[in-house]
Every structure is written in C-alpha cells, then in structure tokens.
Design a protein around this ligand. Structure first.
Ligand SMILES: [Zn+2]
Length: 535
C-alpha cells in the first residue's frame, strides 16, 4: 500500500524557501521542488493557526469545522474559553483513514487535545495543557515515552525569550525539535503506520522573534552574532535534516506533502484595538482599567528582580483581582463592541440575548453597527506611516459558511501582516510590536506553501491551491473518496496520472474527540497560551 508523509511547517513561506533553495542553501527543498509539484497555498481568512491547520486536515471551511481561534466565546459567557479537540465538528483526515482501516500516526497538530483514539498513534500539539492528561494515544504508552524521551515536553520554555536570551531560546527550540523527532521516530518504529502527520511548530516562533536580525529593511533591524542573524535560515536547514530522517523512516513508496498553515513576513506595529474602540465610544472600561495600564511596568520590574518561581506564583495569584480574565477591564453595560482575543483578529458585538450584559439589539441595530465599525476600521491609519492597519474587514458570513457560522466572531479583520492586534488595555493605540515585553518582528501572511512529491505526483507549478484542498488531494492520492461535504478541490494538476475521483459522505464520523477540557486543564492551558503571547 502506498504510504503518506505529511510534514507541516508552521508559517513556512516560499519567500524564504525559494531563494535559499535556488542558491543551494536548502538542497533538499531544491531537489523536492525539481521533482515535485509546488506553489503557494492560500490560508484561511484571517490567516490564523487553529482554523488554518483544522481546515487543512478536514477539507472544510471554519463554518463547517467550528474552529476559529485558540479561544471561543460561548453564548452567555463574558470571557473567552480555550478550545479543545471536542470543538472540532468535522472529521479529520486521520479519522477518515481510520474508518478506511488504515493506521496513522499524528504528531503535534495544534488544537487536537485530547488525543483522538485512532488505529496507530496520536500525540497532541499546541493547545495541550501538559504531559499529564490525554496527550498520547495509546494512553498506556505515555509513561514509557516520557521515560525514554525525558527532554520531550509540550512547547518551548518561553521564559528564555522573555529575558531577552535569544541564544538560549534557540538552544531550547533545537532541543525540543530533537526530542520531538526522536519521539516520533520511536513511535514510527513500533506502530508502523501507513500515514504520518508531523508538524514543526517552532518554525513559527523562530520567525516571530528573529526576523529583524535577518532583514536589513526591518525598522528595528539589529546587527547580531551570526547564530542569531542566521537563526531562521539555520532552522529551515535543521528541518531539512529532520525531513530526511522522516522520509527514510517511511520508505521510498511514500507520497510526501509539505505544507504550511500561512506564510510569514516582517511585523512592525501592535494595534491596541480595545483602546481604539474605547476612544471611538464603543467600549466602556472600569475605573480600575487605569491600574492595568501600569501592569507592564511592574511586570518589567518584577522580571528583572524576582526569581522565576516567585514570578509564576505572583502571576497566578495577583491575577485574582476584580479585573480577572483577559477582558476584565471592560464595563459591559457601557460596551457595544469589543476585541476578544489576541489570536483571533476579530470583533464581537455585545449582543442582547447572547452576551450576558448585551447592549445591542439583534437585527437592524446589529447590522448597522457592524457596517459602521467596518468603515471606521478600514479608514484607521497608522499615525507613523499613514498606512491602513487593516486590509479588509468581513462580516463572518462573507468568509465562512456552514452550520457553525454562529460560533464565529461578528467581524473578522485581515491585516497585511505588518500589524498585530492586541487584546489587552493600553494608554496608547499603537506601539512597536512585542511579546513577553520583548521585540516581536515577524508575523503571518496569507500565502503559505504546498509541495507534493512522490509516486502519485509529477513536477508541476501549482497555481491556485487553498488549505481546504489539502485533504481532498491527499485522499485522492490514497485512492480514497473525497467527502461530499468538503469545500476543497483535488489539486489535479499535481498528479502524475488521473487521480481517483469518487465521493462519499463521512458525516457518520464524529470529528474531534468527545471530551471538553476540565477546568484545571483550562487554567493550565490558559497559562500556557499566555506564555505563547496569546492571552
Ligand atoms: Zn501557524
């Protein structure tokens, strides 16, 4: 049986890979590009990691799979909740493979915790609270895996970057990448799946933090030692080495799909959307919001003076203030619209009947407010450059369609990547982009990359592929029917022969593991996402 190897490179872009492949600095990419089909891969709108990967692995738009962000705002809730794999409402590729009687290995796909119990193995990715809950299937292997791979953990230690230790953070990312690969090679040997999904998610982190050392044109370009300056290129190199090992482990009769969930480019400026909504009169704040403004200062002082353990304790306990929760500064009765999560690029209307202290009537008032906000956000300019901070603002029904549309935020904002949007309160509307109080210089772009290589595919230029095309294309390569509900197309131009073209319904497959997060897991995860700069 033909095997399938899917390698996800979070945030990888041809803008980086192609020049370095052409010049021979990325020799494996050069070879795969010469022998395979490749081209840009359009991301979802807005181009975010959770809906991006979920669309890639379900073949449907977020309106059908229900994942829009790391967070969701349940009806009747004041603060967003962290999502789990139970929020995924469409079957993923690995569930379809399981139904077809094929064994798969899935490793490190974001927002897949708790693990799906498929034939083969499943290790959850970003959005996993820690190595105590159901992060590993088969669950009885978890303990032995932890013993054999003591350096494996969920997510790199972000405190290194918080203290500005760029070299130490790189060491940390490399050590974690080594441990992830060692663990998956170990699992491959023992489970021998016919399909493997492996995601390099730390590529995203490298590009977020090291971009300004690479690009001279960046407004905050900084000369640095070669290891820091070349961090992005060297990490792509490191990925090539890993890809060689994974290819060797899967064997020669394997189709290879390399994809990213979005592209990457320079990031310049943070936009404090709730501050702007307050200035415009749409958002009211509690008097104590003034105190929050002072927080970054005491946080910085704390970071310099207090040991890490105590800092964590303070963060956990001081948080229990009347302003607890990421939106704790909002005076709901005086609010008509708010920006809900840093990772969501979206605005919610404070709607009567849905929000606990809703102020806006559904229907005409809601529509009028959305139209007004859309126009104002599109006209919003960066005072330093006079550039618009949003490329497009969409009503949710303009970009998503499906039964879970009503879970989506009311307005979705697509920026051009040089701007990042913040959820926290600030005295300023704009500031140089940062995370953990350190410079953040790279961010997402709309076009990621797709490369198809192996016995099913031929050398070809791929022109118009979208994340939702990935699952239909891979099902066709495996000779399996495409789901009749899938939004994506088979990327036919990449196939060496005519691909299988049957369709079937996978509606009977449930999608996502049954269990929602326990409250302690959610608290743990919230802390982790905060560490990643998402809260
Ligand atoms: Zn991503």
């Amino acid at each position: 049986m033909r095997k399938l190897l899917i390698i996800g490179l979070d945030g990888a872009t041809w803008d980086i890979v192609k020049p370095w492949a052409d010049s021979g600095e990325l020799p494996l990419f050069k070879k795969l590009m010469a022998e395979g089909a490749w081209g840009p891969l359009r991301s979802v709108t807005p181009n975010l990691t959770p809906p991006g990967w979920t669309t890639a692995f379900t073949g449907v738009n977020p309106g059908k799979h229900g994942i829009f962000d790391f967070f969701t705002l349940d009806d009747g809730a004041e603060n967003p909740r962290v999502i789990s794999s139970a929020d995924r409402k469409a079957p993923a590729l690995w569930e379809i493979l399981a139904a077809a009687g094929r064994r798969a290995g899935v490793f490190n796909v974001p927002t897949t915790y708790p693990a799906d119990e498929i034939p083969g193995f499943f290790i959850t990715g970003m959005g996993t609270p820690g190595l105590t809950g159901p992060w590993c299937h088969p669950a009885q292997e978890a303990e032995a895996l932890r013993r054999r791979h003591p350096r494996f953990k969920i997510g790199a230690d972000h405190h290194l970057i918080e203290t500005g230790d760029y070299g130490g953070f790189l060491d940390e990312l490399y050590a974690l990448t080594d441990a992830q690969e060692a663990l998956v090679l170990d699992m491959l040997e023992r489970h021998d799946p016919s399909a493997l999904v492996f995601i390099y998610d730390d590529l995203d982190r490298v590009m977020h933090f090291y971009w300004r050392f690479m690009e001279r044109a960046h407004p905050r370009f900084q000369e640095a030692a070669p290891r820091i300056k070349n961090a992005i290129r060297d990490y792509y190199h490191r990925i090539e080495e890993g890809m060689e090992r994974l290819r060797a482990a899967m064997g020669p009769e394997t189709d290879l799909c390399i994809l990213s969930d979005h592209g990457f480019g320079p990031l310049h400026t943070d936009v404090y959307f709730n501050r702007i909504l307050a200035d415009w009169g749409y958002l009211g704040t509690k008097g104590a919001a003034r105190e929050i403004v002072a927080k970054p200062l005491w946080k910085r002082a704390l970071k310099a003076a207090v040991p890490q353990g105590l800092r964590t304790w303070l963060r956990t306990n001081v948080k229990a203030s009347p302003l607890a929760g990421p939106l704790g500064f909002i005076e709901w009765d005086a609010t008509r619209a708010f920006y809900a999560s840093v990772s969501g690029r979206s605005i919610y209307i404070n709607l009567k009947g849905r929000q606990p202290h809703g102020t806006v009537e559904p229907g005409r008032e809601y529509e009028h407010l959305r139209a007004e906000l859309k126009a104002r956000i599109l006209a919003l300019k960066d005072p330093l450059t006079d550039d618009p901070v949003a490329q497009a603002v969409y009503g949710r029904e303009e970009v998503y369609a499906g039964p879970f549309l009503d879970r989506a935020p009311d307005l979705l904002i697509q920026e051009d990547g040089r701007y990042a949007y913040r959820v926290d309160w600030s005295t300023e509307r704009f500031a140089p982009a940062s995370q953990y109080g350190v410079d953040k210089s790279g961010s997402h772009r709309t076009f990621g990359m797709l490369l198809l290589h192996g016995p099913s595919f031929k050398p070809e230029k791929i022109e118009h592929a979208h994340l939702q095309d990935v699952t239909p294309t891979l099902l066709a390569a495996l000779g399996l029917p495409v789901g009749d509900d899938m939004d994506g197309r088979i990327v036919r131009e990449a196939f060496a022969g005519a691909p299988a073209e049957s369709r079937t319904s996978y509606a009977g497959l449930r999608g996502g593991s049954g269990a929602a997060l326990r409250s302690d897991e959610e608290a743990q995860l919230a802390e982790r996402l905060k560490g990643l700069g998402y809260m």
